[in-house]
Design a protein around this ligand. Structure first.
Ligand code: PLP
Length: 403
């Protein structure tokens, strides 16, 4: 059974009637996370890695402890995770560092039709610049990856990298990343997993997946904005040259030449987002203490089932994702309404204090494939409940009668 966690999120105490169904965009923050940031600024604020005075040492300890917790959370070693601003920055850094040195003209990169801009545009730009082939795995008519084409791409091209999402932020599709990784490795390709939509909803284990690169954002994981994680397998990270330079990453600095610290410090030039790192560490503590991933999955899937069953009664509504999969393990349900633009649906719901996302969700090419310009996305987290879904369906029914 999912524990009642809503009371831990102060935003819901301040807005009792709010129904927040936009968790794929960003999650709300528990008091514990907010307190840890306030606590840092009010009691421990100092820069890290620099001062010899005890205040700076405490700040450094808090910062290093957060890195240990976050690494453990995804079963990485502490020297395999670098702090970034988020998923987007993590992917760009892989393109600028590893890809720049290892992928050349006539090589290929595989992505899929369901990628967020963050995992599409960096590779598209890289492909243009380096004359690399970008192979795009299509989706099936149920919104899943076409695995046959994926395997064909791997066997017929010189694929150096597969960059693929764990869970689609539009369709809610959960990709079997362990299978995708095994296949990529069979052909000597590396794999990058965009875990932005999965890491808050299930146990993500980089060793079990055997990912080479994995990225996510703190703000979708109950943590603050502006902080994210770039995981790189040690065997790759240990030889990786940095792409940004400055304080905090230099081993030996001189006017003529300099040498660099090892990863992750080599990828963390300048003062890091100290309070946000500590805040993300606190989000991990909160999850470890309060969230059982099996119970969370069941709870969110139950909400998806209820919503899908409710919406399926209305012939004007079309649900876009893999319905059977979502009922089993989803947290995102996306739909369109015949005759009402997605923005108007969201605006109608907003009048009833319901927050949903409308638009192309930074996946415009996927919407082109689906022949749509926009869709409505409902995305759940553990603090949502069945009454909220019932109220949502009632409001949709009212809207359909009026518009
Ligand atoms: N990838 C996926 C699947 C996402 O859902 C998102 C955000 O919505 C991102 C990448 C980008 O995350 P951020 O904006 O935090 O960098």
């Amino acid at each position: 059974m999912m524990k009642n966690i809503k009371k831990d999120f102060p935003l819901f105490q301040n807005y009792k009637s709010l129904i927040y169904f936009d968790n794929a965009a960003t999650t709300q923050k528990p008091q514990q996370v907010i307190d840890s940031i306030i606590n840092f600024y009010t009691k421990h604020n100092a820069n890290v890695h620099r001062g010899v005075y005890s205040f700076s040492e405490t700040a450094t300890t808090l910062f290093n402890n957060a890195r240990k917790k976050i690494a453990k959370f995804i079963n990485a070693d502490v020297n395999e995770i670098a702090f970034t601003r988020g998923t987007t920055e993590g992917i760009n850094l892989v393109a600028l560092s590893w890809a720049e040195k290892n992928i050349f003209a006539e090589d290929a990169i595989i992505i899929s039709q369901m990628e967020h801009f963050a995992n599409l545009i960096p590779w598209q730009q890289f492909a243009h610049k380096k004359r690399v082939r970008l192979l795009i795995v299509p989706i099936t008519n149920t919104g899943e990856l076409d695995l046959k084409t994926y395997q064909d791409f791997l066997s017929n091209n010189k694929v150096k990298l597969v960059a693929i999402t764990h869970i689609s932020n539009v369709l809610g599709t959960r990709n079997d990343v362990e299978f995708l990784t095994q296949e990529a490795h069979k052909f000597g390709a590396k794999i990058l997993i965009d875990a932005a939509q999965s890491v808050a909803h299930e146990k993500v284990d980089v060793k079990k997946i055997d990912a080479d690169f994995l990225v996510f954002s703190g703000h979708k994981l109950l943590g603050p904005t502006g902080i994210g994680i770039l995981y790189i397998k040690y065997a790759i990270a240990k030889d990786l040259a940095p792409v940004e330079f400055g304080g905090g990453m230099v081993k030996q600095g001189g006017f003529e030449k300099s040498t660099w610290l090892e990863f992750p410090y080599s990828f963390e030039a300048g003062t890091p987002a100290i309070a946000d790192v500590i805040g993300l560490g606190s989000a991990i503590d909160y999850i470890n203490e309060n969230i059982n991933f099996d119970a969370l999955k069941k709870h969110e899937a139950l909400l998806c089932s209820k919503l899908i069953d409710g919406l399926s009664k209305f012939p004007r509504i079309k649900i876009l994702g893999p319905i059977e999969q979502l009922k089993k393990n989803g947290h995102i349900v996306n739909f369109v309404v015949d005759g009402i633009h997605a923005h108007d649906v969201a605006a109608y719901l907003d009048k009833h204090n319901i927050c949903v996302r409308a638009g192309h969700h930074c996946a415009q090419p996927l919407h082109q494939v689906l022949d749509l310009d926009a869709s409505v996305r409902v995305s759940f987290y553990g603090y949502n409940n069945e009454q909220e879904v019932e109220f949502f369906i009632q409001k949709i029914e009212e809207m359909l009668k009026k518009l």
